[in-house]
Design a protein around this ligand. Structure first.
Ligand code: NAD
Length: 361
């Protein structure tokens, strides 16, 4: 049976960057024998404008019928003042929850050609290869009760709940240990167990799960120290396992070590291997519609989709090689541009990756 890939362009730069990944996907279908069909759907602000809600039933139905989903990004100023339930980001949280996408894999890998674009000196990031495993459907972003209430003295008070069950911690810990077993065999679990009870339990459960993985070495680190260590000596990390909130922040931080937030892909996986793939950045409204956004994180997200949901390892590797080729040729979007390289637009970068793929065949 031919598998379906659902493409959700989203808002802001989403349609521009997703179009480049679709060029690559179309090339793989037409020229490399990849057997998938492509569908499109609405999510986020564009869905609110068209249907009144950020996650339309039609999108969810298409998502359930797909082997994997490729997303651009959602959000933008136009929808920020809407009631919370109608905001684009709620659509993203809702699709993650509805599809059980609890495991977020966020690799921070430095292409050697971009060492000069890193915010750290080259010697600190050469060969950098970290995998951040972030819990994605629990913790502070989903905990109830939440809201903004007015107190007796008339002051407004905002509140959220950090809550994790043993089951939620155990299943994400197992993902991290499995991933580490296929890499350099080390897990650093990041928490704030000295202050937050929810992460005291996190530490306890992760320690218990580690007993089933004797070949993997486990270390615990407080999140404030982990942030410091990421900019002090990032190569000490192999797999970083952490909560929804901490993973969100640490992976943006790690992105700058690799040159640009426009370089980092991610996978959100369910138990059955289906998944949603997206760049870690947002919809970048400040540069939308200008043909200057970097589409490589989205194209790398397509590579992860091929690897994790379709087991098309060779094609996934081929995309990585093509991107490496393009960077070696000195082509750069504005965010990673430096002296001695040629600055090109979003669409030209997509074309360059397709050309590089063709030259590898
Ligand atoms: P952002 O990631 O969109 O942008 C942060 C900075 O990085 C901006 O200066 C932007 O121009 C730059 N940037 C981002 N992606 C880039 C790319 N591919 N190429 C070059 N430069 C890039 O974060 P933000 O500005 O905090 O948020 C903008 C909107 O995106 C908000 O509405 C936010 O809620 C939403 N958002 C969505 C997601 C998602 O869809 N998963 C994630 C984060 C933020």
């Amino acid at each position: 049976m031919t598998e379906k890939i659902l493409i959700l362009p989203g808002d802001g730069i989403g349609p521009e960057i997703v179009a480049q990944a679709e060029k690559v996907l179309t090339y793989l279908i037409n020229e490399c024998g990849l057997k998938v069909t492509i569908e499109h759907g609405l999510l986020g602000g564009s869905a609110v404008d068209a249907t009144g809600v950020p996650l339309p039933d039609a999108t969810l139905a298409k998502a359930r019928g797909s082997a994997a989903i490729l997303l651009g990004a959602v959000g933008g100023v136009a929808w920020e003042s809407m009631e919370r339930a109608l905001r684009p980001e709620r659509g993203l949280l809702a699709i993650r929850a509805a599809l059980g996408l609890f495991a977020n894999l966020r690799p921070a890998v430095l292409f050697p050609q971009l060492a000069a674009a890193s915010s750290l000196k080259a010697e600190y990031v050469r060969n950098l290869d970290i995998m951040i495993v972030r819990e994605l459907t629990g913790g502070l972003y989903f905990g109830e009760p939440r809201g903004i209430r007015t107190l007796d003295d008339g002051q407004r008070q905002g509140y959220n709940t950090l809550v994790y069950s043993e089951r939620e911690i155990e299943r994400i810990a197992r993902v991290a240990f499995d991933v580490a077993g296929k890499r350099r065999g080390r897990v650093c679990s990041v928490d704030k167990a000295n202050v937050l009870e929810a992460t005291e339990l996190w530490r306890d459960v992760v320690t218990n799960v580690a007993q089933d993985y004797p070949a993997v070495e486990l270390e615990h680190m407080y999140v404030d120290n982990a942030a410091m260590q990421l900019v002090r000596a990032p190569k000490q990390f192999d797999v970083m396992l952490t909560t929804n909130l901490f993973g969100d922040v640490l992976s943006d931080l790690a992105s700058m070590l690799t040159g640009s937030i426009g370089m980092l892909p991610s996978a959100a996986l369910a138990r059955d291997g289906s998944g949603l793939y997206e760049p870690i950045h947002g919809s970048a409204p400040d540069i939308a519609g200008q043909d200057i956004a970097n589409p490589l994180a989205t194209i790398l997200s397509l590579s992860m989709l091929l690897r994790y949901s379709l087991a098309e390892i060779k094609l996934a590797d081929k995309i990585g090689l093509a991107i490496s080729q393009v960077l070696s040729d000195g082509l750069r979007t504005k965010d990673i541009h430096s002296a001695g390289t040629r600055c090109i637009g979003t669409s030209a970068m997509g074309d360059a990756v397709v050309q590089a793929l063709a030259s590898l065949s």
